[in-house]
Design a protein around this ligand. Structure first.
Ligand SMILES: Cc1ncc(C[n+]2csc(CCOP(=O)(O)OP(=O)(O)O)c2C)c(N)n1
Length: 662
């Protein structure tokens, strides 16, 4: 068997001696490795395929980790992982205990930050450059960002500031003219024009060269530049970046290694902020990914020969029907509501497929908005639409909603506007790990006045909640988990919803299990198991995190011996905290507050949870039905007042790391 060049690369220094031709061979080997691994494990593929040569050229020209190469997010930089000592662990990608699917500071000294949210890299790179300058070091700082991420608010803020500070900083714009889906916006249109119309750039270089050789050529050039200044708006590519204070170089072909290497060596010598515009093809080198980069942005395991997903065959006769996911229920309900409610507008921030609004977009294109990677703007836009009489629904992942924290307060809640937040992927999301788990939303949302916060126990209840939310004249947020219910059979049609009213699913005397969203079915399961131990457990589907069902809480406080709150979110400030606060504030028999009410808060610990399959992580955090049963029985046997502090936390959830390269 011939040895692959790739197998000889233990660290970036090993590629420095390679010729462009050898690097080209290495690039093909890497592509094969990426396709092979992702076809087995599933995950992000198309973006990394498009950035192979760029990663290689950067490592060939710069000296990481002394030079600091910082990648936005990191799922597009798998080549970087493969040549920075993580090749042998690559088949553990996104598996529990294995490599992360993004940049991870604990995984390798070549990853400076742990990242998964877009548009952050320009700010952190500017910070690195300023820190370098403070100690008068000479290393290079290089930030690599995608064309869609450049439109993030944070990235634009950083561009503005970099142009002002003017540090030595190289920004590589990896432009594949794709977000996950088609990119949107003026910036994207502008970049596209730069790529499709590069003639002027070459022309300028040639003219400069010629003029310099004429008598008085340099003086003529100076005059020429002045004229050029006045013509800039008409002629100069990259004008927007130049005016912001960058020197714009490009666009160059991101798959042509000699051109990449030469340009990087040249710009390495330049001072000040440089923006190098690199044109790449998303999915490059794997036919099916090139043809359908959106599907291959992140894909389930697939057959290499056909590009078809594994396990997508027609289900066998008699097989259990696939359960509807929360996203599917939301998507379908939104389409139905859109038919009868002509004021309904669906908004996404660059994630139409993931958040389930593509079908709505296809049916009602006039009432669908993709704002691009711009979560803050999505909320502001929704507020304006609501003020103007429309009924906006912002479909967004919990983790990315964090970007719009202030807008929820300032644009939505303070104005008391009827914006609906449909918050998908709330809870543990699985393989994408700590950057993507949607576990903070209950804690931060319940702090906002005027906001109603709900969570459905199953997809049918989500449908009812979306319908209900549309009838309210105030801000409403609905959070729901990835996938469908994690245990048990669907309970049937949900009972009618009423503001702040919980749903009692099982009566009981000894113990109340107060569960939110994805924890309701597991709570039902636990109650069955408790019954076998002679413990009579009441099960409540909270439905509302805010406002809470105070009548029911009062009943529990006066009639039942102990309460267990269950949520798939941080314990700190979460639903359990809300219940505790309600007990504290409740007046019972003339006295304020409930003294000594045994209360076990179950949720997620004060730690970032690693990546792995959702089911594995639920087990790891002891939120699976079996662990819940054991914990609750053990706690009940002690029958004493308990708080979150009494509840031993699982061992720290640090990922098991691959060995960093020397
Ligand atoms: C703040 C934030 N919003 C949304 C996402 C989801 N997301 C991940 S990749 C991506 C598209 C990025 O496109 P681009 O920057 O052009 O990089 P490419 O994948 O094309 O290389 C989106 C919307 C995210 N990771 N972070």
């Amino acid at each position: 068997m011939t040895t692959r060049l790739l197998d000889t690369i233990a660290r970036p220094a090993d590629i420095k001696a390679l010729s462009a031709a050898q690097l080209s061979v290495l690039a093909q080997e890497i592509r094969a490795e990426l396709v092979r691994t992702i076809s087995t494990l599933g995950g992000h593929l198309a973006s990394s395929l498009g950035a192979v040569e760029l990663c290689l050229a950067l490592h060939a020209v710069f000296d990481a980790p002394d030079d600091q190469l910082v990648w936005d997010m990191g799922y597009q930089a798998f080549t970087h992982k493969l040549i920075t000592g993580r090749r042998e662990a690559f088949n553990t990608l996104k598996q529990r205990g294995g490599l992360s699917g993004f940049n991870n500071k604990d995984e390798s000294p070549y990853d400076l930050f742990t990242t998964g949210h877009g548009g952050t890299v320009l700010s952190t790179a500017l910070g690195l450059a300023m820190a370098r300058d403070q100690v008068k070091a000479t290393r290079h700082v290089v930030a690599i960002i995608g064309d869609a991420s450049l439109g993030e608010g944070m990235a634009l803020e950083a561009l503005n500031h970099i142009g002002h500070r003017k540090p030595n900083l190289l920004v590589i714009l990896n432009d594949n003219r794709m977000s996950i889906a088609k990119p949107v916006g003026g910036l994207s249109r502008y970049l596209n024009r730069l790529i499709t119309n590069p003639t002027y750039n070459h022309l300028r270089r040639e003219v400069e060269h010629l003029v310099k050789r004429l008598p008085h050529g340099r003086a003529m050039l100076r005059v020429g530049r002045k004229i050029e200044e006045s013509l800039k708006g008409l002629l100069i590519p990259g004008l927007v970046f130049e005016e912001l204070g960058f020197r714009y170089v490009g666009p160059i072909d991101g798959h042509h290694l000699p051109e990449l290497l030469l340009t990087l060596r040249n710009v390495k010598r330049l001072k000040g902020p440089i923006l190098l515009h690199v044109s790449t093809v998303k999915g490059k080198g794997y036919r099916f990914a090139e043809q359908d980069p959106e599907r291959f942005h992140k894909i389930e395991p697939f057959h290499i020969a056909t590009g078809q997903m594994k396990g997508s065959a027609v289900p066998e006769k008699g097989a259990r029907a696939k359960q509807e996911t929360f996203t599917e229920a939301f998507s379908d309900e939104l389409v139905q509501l859109g038919e009868s409610n002509r004021r309904l507008v669906a908004i996404t921030a660059a994630m139409p497929e993931g958040t389930g609004v593509s079908e709505f977009a296809a049916r009602y294109p006039q009432r669908y908005v993709d704002v691009g990677m711009a979560e803050q703007h999505a909320l502001g836009l929704a507020a304006g639409l609501a003020k103007g009489g429309a009924r906006p629904v912002v479909a967004i992942y919990s983790t990315f909603l964090q970007r719009a924290y202030d807008q929820i307060m300032h644009e939505m809640c303070l104005q008391e506007l009827p914006v609906i937040l449909a918050i998908d992927r709330a809870g543990l999301v699985g393989e994408d790990g700590p950057t993507h788990h949607g576990v903070f939303d209950i804690s931060y949302l319940r702090a906002f006045p005027h906001l109603v916060l709900l969570s459905p126990k199953d997809p049918p209840e989500l449908r009812a909640m979306v319908r209900w939310a549309l009838q309210q004249d105030r801000p409403v947020a609905i959070r729901y988990a990835r996938g469908g219910i994690v245990c048990g059979e669907l309970l049937g049609k949900p009972s009618k919803l009423a503001m702040g009213k919980a749903e009692t699913l099982r009566a009981g005397q000894d113990l109340a299990l107060l569960a939110v969203g994805s924890m309701v079915y597991p709570a039902m399961y636990v109650a069955e198991r408790l019954a076998r131990e002679g413990i009579d457990g009441m099960v409540v589907n909270a439905r509302f995190v805010k406002p809470l069902d105070e009548t029911l809480l009062r009943h529990i406080a006066t009639q039942i011996r102990g309460v267990v709150t269950l949520e798939e979110g941080q314990i700190a400030g979460g639903f359990g905290s809300a219940v505790s606060e309600a007990f504290d504030a409740m007046e019972i028999k003339g006295a304020m507050g409930i003294q000594g009410m045994p209360h076990l808060r179950i949720g997620l610990p004060d730690a970032f949870v690693e990546h792995g399959k959702r089911q594995e992580l639920l087990e790891r955090c002891r939120l699976d039905p079996e662990s819940l049963t054991r914990r609750i029985i053990r706690w009940y046997q002690t029958v004493r007042p308990a708080t979150a502090a009494d509840e031993p936390l699982p061992a720290p959830l640090a990922p098991v790391l691959a060995q960093p390269a020397e």
